[in-house]
Design a protein around this ligand. Sequence first.
Ligand SMILES: Nc1ncnc2c1ncn2[C@@H]1O[C@H](COP(=O)(O)OP(=O)(O)OP(=O)(O)O)[C@@H](O)[C@H]1O
Length: 351
Amino acid sequence: MEYDAQTNTGANEESLRMVSAAPIGNEPVSDEELRPHALDGFIGQPLLKAQLQLFLDAARKREVPPDHILLAGPPGLGKTTLAMIVANELGVPIRVTSGPAIQHAGDLASILSSLDAGEVLFIDEIHRLPRPAEELLYIAMEDFRVDVMVGKGPGATSIPLTLPRFTVIGATTREGMLPSPLRARFGFTAHLDFYPHEELEKLIERSADVLGVKLDGQAAHEMAVRSRGTPRIANRLLRRVRDWAIVHDLDSVGPDDVKSALELYQIDAEGLDRLDIAVLNAIVTHFNGGPVGLNTLSAIVGEESETVETVCEPYLVREGFLVRTPKGRVATDKAWAHLGLTPREDVSKLF
Ligand SMILES: Nc1ncnc2c1ncn2[C@@H]1O[C@H](COP(=O)(O)OP(=O)(O)OP(=O)(O)O)[C@@H](O)[C@H]1O
């Protein structure tokens, strides 16, 4: 299942989970206060930052708007933040829309025809643009031209309108779903990766400064290791830890406060939550470690199979708790150990 940036309804149970990478509740607003505004303040992703810096410096020196930019990667890793930073660094306005918000090619035509020279047009979830809008965008990106339809029915005529040069920044969580003609029109594609713990620690320390939360000792580390490599989750955990500090009248937050606050939300030391643990438990206790099919597994944990597949599994697989085999899902030794149990046999025998 896909996250719907407009309605936040793409993932049902996901939207209730503290460790969801998609925004929940009013987070789009609270994300805003923690967004860095310059490339310097953007934590981590050093290679991508260096590439982007060069790309922007060259455009500035040439005194032309930069080529179109595609930002690809899982939710919550900073694609929107980077788009805003690019506009800031260039000192130009940014217009924000998304694939699902554009229902007809005409919606896109009217946005394009109102862009000022040099402006950045940010299209989130660009892989979800309807096909006619996508085709209109190819021409606009390449030739800086849009065909505006005037009138209706047989008498309708198309009037070509020349656009000033502008920069499209597309963001996608599904790069593979982008048709190649669209992908080919981006001069620079940036792939965002999950963040290592040390980078998340720095990010949490920066956010804590912004929120006025004083962190002691390993407090940032304890949040970082539970953040599933994702800045949005790191910032969310920090906000819940801040709640804990406020309610307990703490002047500063130590590692034990972090552990207590996050235990309350059933997030364990590896960032697994109730549903992740339920999935691992089901495989281990009902199927002696697996293999087990997705539908059976989902029925046991009482969850939609899409949620298990797209929300739990990617992290469990990435962290080595689970493997997907042709026969079904298998819990690894790490999963057994995490549950405090002894594996029945070496899972590698199953391949
Ligand atoms: N590298 C970073 N440094 C500092 N803060 C970051 C970084 N990456 C993300 N954040 C913060 O994490 C939050 C989520 O980031 P953002 O909205 O840019 O993610 P996204 O990739 O656009 O997500 P989605 O795909 O769901 O739209 C924001 O508060 C943002 O400021």
